[in-house]
Design a protein around this ligand. Structure first.
Ligand SMILES: *Cc1c(COP(=O)(O)O)cnc(C)c1O
Length: 422
């Protein structure tokens, strides 16, 4: 690649980058445009996006319908505060999410990031138990491999080892860390745990079918079913974090559908606006919501982000839902899944590879270790692929509209780069 000029990079000294060691991380590459599966860099080079801009760009980048709807909204009402006023797209989006989500999930609280939407779900669970006369129920059960966000309450329900927050242990309350009930023995152990500690537990929190940022581990719909059944047996609310899995990624619109599980609370974000604007929603069941209805103003949900229900973000999300209605996204996911299985399977024979797994439009190649994920990322960039290894995994979560040729290019890049690491 010596003949290729280096892509233009920004001076990194002012922007403090997320999860980046600023002393050694390569300076970020300046992107000028994005369209479909591609980023166009300032120097004209192109990168094929293998990770949907961190799982957000489900319809590809800059989808014309989303842009059109956001532009129209921008011209009439970019934002109105939700404290007594509301924009039409906000009300409409809540109606549509309620119609799409299973069971009675239909009371929608809007925030601007996934972490905050989980934070709000945890708060709802705590307040639910206060209203029911059980303020002592304030602990959460989460699972090894979990990642639920970077804010303080969400850090407390991440896996302390995998969740990137080991440093902060002790700065937030200890929660209950459980093993997923994926064998009969573990089903019994999980049940015993809930039976023993139910009187202090406010909710069980889980990323259904795929634990993502905590190591890209998958579990079967039966395991999710076991978690849900145990919660029902012991009267504990189930809070599913579908921030990464929601909107088609695992093959169904929501991952919980595959286990026919209806949680009491759900959080969605990443692909909610088709990757254009920051928006998240925490959605509660009727039963949870009903516990807040009272003449006492103190029993209101005590949360209120300044930009809650922002009109532009909601217009983008409505446009994204239009696309799910009009275009065959879930068929596209099925086709991507088949192709990922075929094309990633041979990676099993590459040096250092310990596992290859695919779920919907999500393909994972796990290695013994990756000494320098950022060095690996640079090798992908040299080939024209935007693939971002972390921990011990190289993964693809491409836009759901990715055509076969682009997908082949991405899987080919993984073969080429990993073939050379041994
Ligand atoms: C990304 C993610 C979050 C956090 O969302 P942010 O928007 O980054 O705050 C929470 N849970 C899951 C499962 C995620 O993938």
């Amino acid at each position: 690649m010596a003949s290729e000029p280096e892509p233009t990079r920004a001076d990194p000294t002012r922007v403090w980058l997320p999860y980046a060691q600023m002393k050694t991380t390569p300076a970020p590459i300046v992107v000028e445009r994005s369209e479909g599966t591609r980023f166009t860099l300032r120097d004209g080079r192109v990168l094929v996006d293998g990770i949907s801009n961190w799982w957000t760009a489900c319809h590809g980048h800059s989808h014309p319908w989303i842009l059109e709807c956001v532009e129209a909204q921008l011209r009439c009402l970019p934002h109105v505060m939700l404290g007594g006023l509301i924009a039409e797209p906000t009300a409409r989006l809540a109606e549509r999410l309620a119609a799409l989500l299973p069971g009675s999930l239909g009371r929608v609280f809007f925030s601007e990031s996934g972490s905050v939407s989980v934070e709000v779900g945890l708060k709802i669970a705590l307040q639910y138990w206060m209203h029911r006369g059980h303020p002592e129920r304030r602990r959460f059960v989460s699972f090894y491999g979990a990642y639920h966000g970077d804010t303080f309450a969400t850090m407390s329900v991440c896996d302390p080892e995998e969740g990137m927050h080991t440093l902060f242990r002790g700065a937030f309350p200890e929660q209950i860390l459980a093993t997923l009930p994926d064998t009969p023995e573990r089903v019994r152990a999980f049940d015993a745990l809930l039976a023993a500690r139910r009187h202090e537990i406010a909710a069980v929190v889980l990323e259904p079918l795929a634990q993502c940022a905590g190591g890209m581990r998958f579990h079967a719909p039966d395991t999710l079913r076991e978690v849900a059944d145990a919660c029902t047996r012991h009267g504990i609310p189930l809070f599913l974090d579908e921030i990464a899995t929601g909107f088609g990624r695992t093959g169904t619109l929501f991952a919980c559908e595959q286990a026919e599980v209806v949680p009491d609370l759900i959080a969605v974000s990443k692909a909610l606006t088709g990757g254009t604007l920051p928006l998240a929603a925490t959605v509660a069941s009727e039963e949870i919501y009903a516990a807040f209805l009272d003449d006492d103003p103190e029993r209101a949900l005590m949360h209120g982000p300044t930009f809650s229900g922002n009109a532009l973000c909601c217009a983008a999300a409505n446009a994204s839902l239009d696309l799910f209605e009009r275009e065959p996204r879930l068929d596209q996911v099925a086709a991507i899944e088949t192709q990922l299985r075929e094309e990633l399977a041979p990676c099993r024979n590459l040096p250092g590879v310990v596992d290859v797994r695919v779920l919907g439009a999500l393909g994972v190649v796990q290695l013994e270790s990756i000494p320098s994920p950022s060095a690996l990322r640079e090798r992908f960039v040299e080939l024209g692929a935007w693939i971002r290894p972390f921990g011990d995994v190289v993964y693809l979560a491409p836009p759901l509209i990715t055509p076969p040729d682009d997908l082949r290019f991405l899987t080919g890049a993984i073969h080429r780069v990993l073939g050379k690491t041994g």
